[in-house]
Write a protein that binds this ligand. Sequence first.
Ligand code: PXP
Length: 239
Amino acid sequence: MPRLHVNVDHVATVREARRGQSPDPVEWARQAEAAGAHGITCHLRQDRRHIQDADVRRLRAQVRTLLNLETSLAGEMIELALESGADEICIVPENRQEVTTEGGLDVVAEEARLQEVLPRFAEKGMLVSLFVDPDPDAIRKASELRVDFIELHTGAYANARGGEREVELERLARSAREAHGLGLRVNAGHGLHYENVGPVAALPHIEELNIGHAIVSRAVFVGVEKALVEMLDRIGGAA
Ligand code: PXP
């Protein structure tokens, strides 16, 4: 069964709606861990629309499982990621206009920049993941760059309807196989929810699922513990 990493960005989104103290994503992360989350993920965006710098520091101090920090390749963000003490860094594309991360990183176009920053994370003993579309060129380039993980973008699968969903699932399956064959570890995430997570969780080689919006939304109605237990059931039941 893949491990479940819970993205707490949207708890901070609600807090930032009033620029106040609550709900606190750090307290929420602790409750998610207590309910069985295997890791906590957050994305410090350049526009600070949800997670703030102080949240990353507090998460680092309080997360007991594994802290995964998503970051863009922008200079300031890389410096903050290097200082964050996160266990795992996931490099994502970032565009200020987007509502959420829209596509995978263009690993081929960003090769030179990645070659600059990757050794700095390795020196600190931080694991690095690249968030990529299920695309053979991106996967090959990620393996040449010798990152630890790729995270397969599951957005196209999540948005697909009817027979298209099977096609997208097969792309994910093929990509996970290719990546694993090239020695990469494989995570997946984006747009996964209680109804669509099962087939992705059942794919071979997927180690971690990063899920945020669906769990935070469910927790509004049933509480953190039940929202986590239900998602863990869906993931476990799929294996
Ligand atoms: N993985 C990555 C790299 C992301 O950027 C996001 C969105 O922040 C997620 C997973 C989680 O997506 P969702 O909130 O749709 O579950």
